[in-house]
Design a binder for this molecule. Structure first.
Ligand code: ACO
Length: 358
């Protein structure tokens, strides 16, 4: 069977840092309250020179470099985002305009679950045999829609982008299982009003109109604690693994208390759970690929490692997948890439022997 290995990865966050001390000067809150309820200490927020396109492009360039391919070689670009720079055209086309090439390009909207939904979709195109190389991006700039006078939401969010390149391999790498879910009835608990085609907006029609993110924090919290654990457990089981086989859990970074609850459900020790919510806050669709890049840079992902991604978000939606890390069997030289030679089984695709394989 064909698989979709993750062969490149990259992340980008804005330079501007917003600390809890900054927020203490903006709304009635405290560092103690924010850290105690969420685990967040600071976040990166977009400045005038940043955009969803600039962050997504920077992360994508790093991912392509890491994979050793150019945008011309891509078959497809999928961008998971709920904050595209514009509605017409897609964010994916705006990213392609920067990267080059003529790959198919489309967006996927699943809020904070967007990256895992997009990863599942991109992997399907490869597993079906239709495509060989897919770029999957998770990016959001939710702080553009945060009301910095509303202390219940403004403390939570940051901006960023993460991207991965998927490439075909005959070895068992990439997504091993997929769990996607949604509870549309919960759409009212987390949304940005307007910004759509429902009715033309005007101050006359909507005197109270505020284009800011609206959230019922307690409802979302309860939902998240339930689905994060359940979805991660289902992804592990569907992959034919047990919790003991899991090397790293990479959860959506929304709130440390939600992450801890998911880790407890899986009975995973804290050192097997990647946490960076303290430094970035909730970066929505970008949070899992950013965490993935950091875990890899810290040397925590080895060839053959079993990783679990799990996310929840607006929709309400959730998504999880077990991933086998590594590039075994992926074409790494020209002869192999143009299809004239297959990589030798049990190699990393560079000709190097895969660890643990004779
Ligand atoms: N500083 C100080 N006090 C605050 C703050 C603040 N920043 N925000 C709220 N409070 C107050 C409230 O007004 C309330 O006061 P009251 O008791 O006098 O009425 C009190 O603190 C408790 O408020 P709760 O809402 O009950 O606080 P809770 O423990 O639920 O924490 C939080 C709130 C952090 C928002 C939590 O509910 C949460 O994390 N929910 C999940 C949110 C989330 O993950 N959203 C992203 C989804 S992903 C996506 O798709 C974008």
């Amino acid at each position: 069977m064909r698989h979709a290995a993750i062969t490149g990865w990259g992340m980008a966050v804005p330079d501007r840092v917003l600390t809890n001390a900054d927020l203490e000067r903006m709304v009635e809150t405290s560092d103690e309250w924010i850290v105690g309820r969420t685990g967040i200490k600071e976040r990166r927020i977009v400045g005038p020179g940043d955009s969803t396109t600039s962050l997504a492009t920077a992360a994508s360039r790093l991912a392509l470099d890491r994979a050793g391919i150019t945008a011309d070689e891509l078959d497809l670009i999928i961008v998971g985002t709920c904050t595209p720079d514009q509605f017409l055209v897609s964010q994916a086309c705006l990213v392609q305009a920067e990267l080059g090439g003529n790959a198919g390009a489309f967006d996927l909207g699943a809020a904070c679950s967007g990256f895992v939904y997009a990863l599942a979709t991109g992997s399907q195109f490869i597993q079906s045999g239709l495509y060989r190389r897919v770029l999957v991006v998770g990016v959001d700039t939710l702080t553009r829609f945060v009301d910095y006078a509303d202390r219940t939401t403004c403390i939570l969010f940051g901006d960023g982008a993460g991207a991965v390149v998927l490439e075909a391999t005959d070895e068992q790498r990439g997504l091993l299982s997929t769990v996607l879910g949604a509870d549309g009835a919960g759409h009212k608990h987390l949304y940005i009003p307007g910004w759509g085609a429902l009715v033309p907006e005007s101050a006359e029609l909507f005197p109270e109109y505020r284009p800011y993110l609206q959230m019922n924090g307690q409802e979302v919290f309860r939902f998240a604690v339930r689905v994060m654990g359940d979805a991660a457990a289902e992804a592990v089981e569907k992959a034919g693994l047990t919790f003991a086989d899991i090397d790293m859990l990479i959860p959506h970074q929304a709130n440390l208390r939600i992450i801890d609850a998911a880790a407890r459900r899986l009975d995973l020790p804290r050192d097997k759970v990647w946490v960076n919510v303290d430094r970035y806050g909730n970066t929505s669709a970008a949070s899992i690929p950013i965490a993935l890049c950091e875990a890899e840079a810290a040397g925590r992902l080895h060839e053959g490692a079993n990783v679990v991604f799990v996310a929840f978000g607006g929709g309400l939606s959730w998504a999880a997948g077990a991933v086998r890390w590594g590039t075994a069997g992926v074409c790494r030289d020209a002869a192999c890439r143009d299809g004239s030679r297959k990589p030798e089984a049990g190699t990393t695709g560079t000709g190097e022997r895969e660890p643990g394989r004779l």
